[in-house]
Write a protein that binds this ligand. Structure first.
Ligand code: HEC
Length: 130
């Protein structure tokens, strides 16, 4: 909660009070520390949103787990992805982002994540968005 501290109060209570008020503000406004998953997902944000709408470049990834590949409404998916028969869960997602065009030849998504630690962090992050 943000409390407004009148200048007159800060003046009356002297430097200690003012310093405390400043500290409180700094704590309130500090950005939340991004999780490893959030950080690893940053490369995906160039093309994907995980919040609400599709970006022009890539489909929205919110609520991905349990969904069939290429079925999110409002996005124009490649035929190979739609025909892949993939249902997204941790193993299918892991395999896809390791090397998308090897898993689904002809997919529009070309960016892979070679580092298994980053892949695991991304999979966890997306699972957490349910
Ligand atoms: C350069 C743009 C780009 C980047 C970066 C990118 N993607 Fe994609 N992604 C796409 C496109 C385009 C598609 C649609 C693929 C198709 O239709 O074949 C897609 C599709 C997907 C799908 C399938 C979604 C569905 O509903 O079936 C998943 C999962 C996915 N991307 C995950 C990721 C993850 C995780 C990252 C970050 C490591 C990432 N993507 C980075 C462009 C990108």
């Amino acid at each position: 909660m943000r409390t407004h501290i009148p200048a007159s109060f800060a003046l009356r209570s002297g430097l200690v009070g003012a310093a405390m008020a400043l500290t409180a503000c700094a704590q309130e406004q500090a950005p939340p520390v991004a999780s490893a998953g959030e950080q690893a997902f940053a490369v995906c944000l160039a093309c994907h949103a995980a919040e609400s709408q599709n970006r022009p470049t890539g489909p929205n990834l919110h609520g991905l787990f349990g969904r069939r590949a290429g079925t999110r409404e409002g996005y124009f998916f490649s035929e190979p992805l739609k025909a892949s028969g993939i249902v997204w869960d941790a193993p299918t997602l892991e395999a896809f982002i390791a090397n998308p065009s090897e898993r689904v030849p002809g997919t529009f998504m070309l960016v892979g994540v070679p580092d298994p630690v980053r892949r695991a962090a991304i999979v966890d992050y997306l699972r957490g968005l349910e």
